[in-house]
Design a binder for this molecule. Structure first.
Ligand code: FES
Length: 100
């Protein structure tokens, strides 16, 4: 795992999200009042665009089949399915970096 600059803080104000692609992998940055999260954009269930889902607190709901994922650890209530990928985020000056 290495840190990668993916955007600047000005490009993702609180209340917005930003889709980024790194080495062909899709991520979604979500800037909520709790902070900036980074998750896989694609759902581990059936490839839905979970990154476009509705956020409530520390959870995001996939728009395709409504599975709800914890933004902290990618967990969900459906056994036997992979977790949603979640990634560390840090801000250095103006730069937003993810560990991936
Ligand atoms: S594809 Fe996300 S819940 Fe099914």
């Amino acid at each position: 795992m290495n840190w990668h600059k993916v955007t600047t803080i000005r490009d993702i104000p609180q209340g917005t999200r930003k889709h980024v692609t790194l080495a062909g992998h899709e991520y979604m940055l979500l800037h909520t009042k709790e902070g900036i999260w980074c998750i896989d954009h694609r759902c581990p269930h059936a490839d839905g665009a979970v990154g476009d889902g509705m956020i409530l607190g520390q959870n995001i709901t996939c728009p395709l089949h409504k599975w709800r994922f914890d933004l902290c650890d990618g967990s969900h209530a459906h056994a036997g399915t992979k977790l949603l990928g979640v990634y560390q985020v840090k801000v250095e000056g103006e730069d937003v970096l993810i560990e991936a």
